[in-house]
Ligand binder design. Structure first.
Ligand code: ADP
Ligand code: MG
Length: 304
C-alpha cells in the first residue's frame, strides 16, 4: 500500500484562486518526500487537503488507504501534522503541552510522558521540559511543535516548513530526527519547504511544484537525468591534448561533457596517457535548485 496516493487533485478557493491543479502523485512508505516550490505554490493547501482540513474541489486522495474527505478522524490517528502555526498553550510547560496532546490522541499519561521525554531529548529540548512556553524562543517552539506532531507515533508525518525560524544547530537535530524516523521506524515524511538546498540534504524523493502544478517527481538522480544534457566534469591539469575535446575554463581548468559518471575513469586514463598531470577532477552534479529552474525554463505551467 502506498503511504500517499493523490489523483487529479484540484483545489479552487471561493475567490477563484486555483491553489492546486490536477495533482497526481504517489509516495512509497518510508520515503522522506520533499514537496517543493516557492511561496504560493500550493504546498500548505495540499497538506491541508491531505489531512481533511480543507475539502478538495475535485480529485481523490488516500493516506495509507484511507480517504481524508470521508474519515479525517482515522487519518489523524496515524498521521501527524506540523503546520506553519501550530497551536500550543503558552501557560503550560513543554512537557505539559505534550501530555495534553498525548491525551487528545488517547495515550495514557505514562506513555505520553515516556514518549515526550524521548522526543524532547532527540530534539535537544530536555532542559526546557518544565519551562512555560512563554520563555521559549521561536526555534524551541518549532521543535516542540514537531514533538507534539509525533507524540502518538504517527506512520505518516506531514511537515510544513519544519525548519523555518530554526538556527543551524536546531536544523541538524530536526534533520537527524526525520532521517531516523524514516530509516529506522519506516515513517513516511511529507515535507514541504521552499528551501530547496535544505530539502536536498534529507529527502529521498521529490515533487517540484509551481503555481499549483507538479513540474516533476522522482529521486534526485532521476530528476537530474530528466533535465541534464550530460554530466559536466572539471579537470585541473597542466595541459590537455587538443584531440581530447574540452572547454577551457581558466588557467589549468578544463571542462568535459560526459554522458554520466561511468565515463570518468576512461577520461582520466586518456588524459594521463596523453602525458598530462592531473591535479583534480570534479563532477558538477546539478543541484535541486538548478533542476527546478531548468524545469521551469523547459516550459513550466502556463495559466491564464
Ligand atoms: N483560504 C484561501 N483563500 C483563497 N486563496 C488562498 C487560500 N489559501 C491559500 N490561498 C492561495 O493559494 C495559493 C497557494 O497557497 P499555499 O498553499 O499557502 O502555498 P505555499 O504553502 O506553497 O506557500 C496562493 O496563491 C494563496 O494565496
Ligand atoms: Mg505554505
Amino acid at each position: 500500500m502506498q503511504a500517499v496516493e493523490i489523483k487529479h487533485l484540484t483545489k479552487k478557493f471561493t475567490n477563484n484562486q486555483i491553489a492546486v491543479r490536477d495533482l497526481t502523485l504517489s509516495i512509497n512508505q518510508g520515503e522522506v518526500f520533499g514537496f517543493l516550490g516557492p511561496n504560493g505554490a500550493g504546498k500548505t493547501t495540499t497538506i491541508k487537503l491531505l489531512n481533511g482540513m480543507l475539502q478538495p474541489t475535485s480529485g481523490k486522495m488516500q493516506i495509507l488507504g484511507e480517504d481524508p474527505t470521508k474519515d479525517p478522524i482515522a487519518i489523524h490517528q496515524f498521521s501527524g501534522v506540523l503546520t506553519e502555526r501550530a497551536a500550543m498553550y503558552d501557560q503550560l510547560t513543554g512537557m505539559e503541552n505534550l501530555l495534553f496532546y498525548g491525551e487528545v490522541f488517547g495515550l495514557s499519561q505514562e506513555d505520553s510522558r515516556k514518549r515526550g521525554l524521548d522526543l524532547l531529548e532527540q530534539l535537544e529540548l530536555s532542559y526546557a521540559a518544565d519551562r512555560k512556553l512563554t520563555s521559549y524562543s521561536t526555534g524551541m517552539r518549532q521543535r516542540l511543535s514537531l514533538a507534539r506532531a509525533m507524540i502518538h507515533q504517527p506512520k505518516v508525518l506531514f511537515l510544513d516548513e519544519p525548519t523555518s525560524g530554526l538556527d543551524p544547530e536546531s536544523v541538524l537535530s530536526v534533520n537527524r530526527l526525520i532521517q531516523d524516523l524514516a530509516k529506522n521506524q519506516g515513517v513516511t515524511v511529507f515535507l514541504c519547504t521552499h528551501q530547496l538546498r535544505y530539502a536536498q540534504e534529507i529527502c529521498t524523493s521529490y515533487g517540484l511544484l509551481d503555481e499549483g502544478e507538479l513540474l516533476a517527481t522522482g529521486t534526485l538522480e532521476s530528476l537530474r537525468h530528466r533535465v541534464s544534457k550530460g554530466l559536466k566534469v572539471e579537470v585541473q591539469a597542466n595541459r590537455i591534448s587538443p584531440d581530447l575535446h574540452c572547454k577551457l575554463l581558466g588557467k589549468d581548468r578544463f571542462e568535459f561533457t560526459l554522458i554520466d559518471e561511468q565515463e570518468i575513469p576512461e577520461l582520466v586514463r586518456k588524459i594521463v596517457q596523453s602525458g598530462s598531470d592531473i591535479y583534480g577532477v570534479t563532477a558538477k552534479q546539478l543541484t535541486l535548485e538548478e533542476i527546478y529552474f531548468a524545469l521551469l525554463e523547459e516550459g513550466g505551467p502556463v495559466h491564464d
